[in-house]
Write a protein that binds this ligand. Structure first.
Ligand SMILES: C[C@H](O)[C@H](O)CC(=O)C(=O)O
Ligand SMILES: [Mg+2]
Length: 394
């Protein structure tokens, strides 16, 4: 079957929430004294926006085929990622068939390897890859999850990330992941407060509801070990991203130190099969958490997931909305998914990438039927009422 070829690749930057979900207004739980590697500096402790967490904004990649069909995707990376997409990556797509995603991925990765490999460049590459899968699905009239092999279960189950696991429990989620508020620079008092917050939440949700702590790379092995040991009596299910993503040795040590039954998770800032191979072969964690928009897109996630599956590890992607939903429903070793609560007080379910996507499905009672994904591509449209800025052309 001859599909239309790729005619144009375009990249835009958008401000205000969406894929750059840290780009929120004042008073949002996601910017309220959350422990980070920058918390050692008191002036950057209260707000992550103060050190520039939202400096980039969302990257929107559009790929138009010769018949006018448009695939698109959103991720983070903003204006610098627009430059990379327009000035470097677009050449590997235009004039090609959208079925050639393996070769396109390979050329995007190896042509940028001398300045890429992780971070911003792989975010940009992931955005292109996801837009390509969206285009392919739209041209074939198939949802991405069909192209990935089809659903292995009838519905997705979600845990919620946010400041109010107690409310998430009432909304039907299977667990709640809270941000850790105090890092090592806040000393023993900060550690007591972290444990007190966990204990308070445990008393609200009862003994069986999953509670997790997201440490956003803020800790060292010693602090993380002490936190894990003290959190164990409050039934902490997992300790997430406790250390720098570069500290594979530290993660291996933390996994050895963690109390029996408590899971160590990480990987949302890791990228590619080679990065995840390190996490897996060094036995750094129990669950890997690639972000589909940051790890290399769906093309790379297929490989990352197969590596994990062969080692009996779970893959529970970080956030990533529809890009994650279409993958998780197709894999046995992804038994549940994350839902980031983007309402400022984490007190209601709103679409994760609002306002950038139209038709973005949301969990109901903590679940989503596979049929909610039954639209071509990733099943969403770009909201063209938001301000799209195209800083570069080619
Ligand atoms: C809540 C965390 O600090 C971060 O904003 C999101 C995250 O790491 C996650 O959803 O996982
Ligand atoms: Mg996290």
């Amino acid at each position: 079957m001859n599909l239309p070829k790729i005619a144009h690749v375009r990249a835009f930057v958008v401000r205000g929430g969406g894929a750059d979900y840290h780009d929120q207004g004042e008073g949002h739980w996601i910017d309220d004294h959350i422990a980070t590697p920058m918390s050692r500096y008191p002036e950057y402790r209260q707000s992550r926006q103060s050190f520039g967490i939202n400096v980039l904004g969302t990257l929107v990649v559009e790929i138009e085929a010769t018949d006018g069909t448009i695939g698109f995707a959103v991720t983070t990376g903003g204006e610098p990622a627009c430059y990379i997409v327009e000035k470097h990556l677009a050449r590997f797509l235009e004039g090609r068939s959208p079925t050639e995603y393996e070769k396109i991925w390979d050329q995007m990765y190896f042509s940028t390897q001398y300045y890429g490999r992780k971070g911003l460049v792989v975010n940009a590459l992931s955005g292109v890859d996801l837009a390509l899968w969206d285009l392919l699905g739209k041209l074939r009239g198939e949802p991405v999850y069909h192209m990935l092999g089809g659903a292995v279960r009838d519905e997705l189950q979600f845990y919620a990330t946010g400041a109010r696991p107690d409310l998430a429990q009432q909304m039907g989620f299977i667990g709640g992941k809270m941000p850790l508020h105090h890092g090592p620079a806040e000393g023993e008092e900060g550690l007591h407060r972290n444990i007190a917050e966990l204990a308070e939440m445990r008393s609200r949700v009862g003994p069986d509801f999953w509670l997790m702590l997201d440490c956003w790379m803020a800790l060292d092995v010693n602090y993380a070990t002490r936190l894990a040991q003290r959190a164990h009596e409050h039934g902490l299910k997992w300790i997430e991203e406790a250390l720098s993503p570069d500290d594979y040795w530290g993660y291996a040590e933390l996994k050895r130190n963690a109390p029996t039954g408590m899971l160590v998770t990480t990987g949302e800032h890791e990228a590619t099969r080679w990065g995840f191979r390190m996490l897996l072969e060094m036995d750094c964690c129990d669950i890997i958490q690639p972000d589909v928009g940051w790890c290399g897109g769906v093309t790379e996630l297929i490989k990352i997931s197969a590596l994990a599956d062969a080692r009996g590890k779970l893959v529970v992607p970080h956030g990533s909305s529809v890009y994650s939903y279409h993958f998780v429903i197709t894999r046995h070793n992804s038994p549940f998914a994350e839902f980031l609560m983007m309402a400022p007080k984490a007190d209601e379910v709103v679409p994760m990438f609002h306002p950038q996507l139209l038709g973005e499905p949301i969990p109901e009672n903590g679940r989503m039927r596979a049929s909610a994904l039954d639209r071509p591509g990733f099943g969403v449209e770009l909201n063209r009422d938001i301000a799209l800025h195209r800083p570069y052309t080619h």
